[in-house]
Design a protein around this ligand. Structure first.
Ligand SMILES: O=C(O)CCC(=O)C(=O)O
Ligand SMILES: [Fe+2]
Length: 207
């Protein structure tokens, strides 16, 4: 529980945080699904950056596979990417309130206690439809910045298990990142080793 009110908040124009958006049952189902999606082939892996460093976050992609800085239909080992599941499209439409929202990419990120994600833009999609972000497991500090650069101004938002964050419109290309996770804060949703999962839904704009 938080000492601060956890209510729906517009963090920036087009960027909305909705606490406790998923029920515990939905969170458990999504954790179980993430476990399946993480299995090889085309399973959970650490992304290698062009400078040779390896991201601390491990991830698995559905629909389109992301490597910096492009999408493809195959993973680094040549396996076809897993299909984008219909159920995530349904969640995306519920999240945006837009019956025409048709995401075809899901990026599932797993953060252990030491993982972080530096400030970046989600700009490898050809569409500027909103990004829908779902958080599961341990809470994190999500830093939501501006569209100009990775520096201030930004707002730090605590994302807890079950929270929804949508960024679109004038915030679609805002810089954002995860400065830390907060171990030991997860409800009982089947993440036995702890950590945090984040699922982002995106529209590729590609055929
Ligand atoms: O983990 C998060 O909340 C954000 C993930 C993210 O920004 C991304 O995958 O591009
Ligand atoms: Fe991102």
């Amino acid at each position: 529980m938080s000492l601060f009110p956890r209510t729906r908040a517009e963090i920036a124009p087009g960027a909305v945080h909705v606490p406790d958006w998923l029920s515990l049952e939905e969170q458990r189902e999504l954790v179980a699904a993430c476990r399946e999606w993480s299995k090889p082939p085309a399973g959970l892996r650490a992304t290698r950056m062009p400078n040779g460093s390896v991201m601390s976050v491990r991830s698995v992609c559905l629909g389109w596979h992301w490597t910096p800085y492009r999408y493809s239909r195959t993973t680094e080992d040549g396996s076809p990417v897993k299909p984008f599941p219909d159920r995530l499209g349904v969640l995306g439409r519920r999240a945006t309130g837009d019956s025409g929202y048709a995401p075809d990419i899901a990026l599932v990120n797993y953060y252990d206690a030491d993982a972080r994600m530096g400030m970046h833009q989600d700009r490898d999609e050809r569409s500027l439809e909103p990004v829908v972000s779902l958080s599961l497991g341990d809470s994190c500090v999500f830093r939501f910045g501006n569209t100009e650069n990775r520096n201030r101004p930004w707002t730090d938002v605590e994302l807890c298990s079950g929270d929804l964050f949508v960024f679109g419109g004038p915030s679609r290309l805002a810089f954002h990142g995860v400065t830390r996770t907060i171990p030991g804060t997860s409800p009982e949703i089947g993440l036995r080793a702890g950590g945090r999962l984040n699922i982002t839904l995106r529209v590729s704009g590609m055929e």
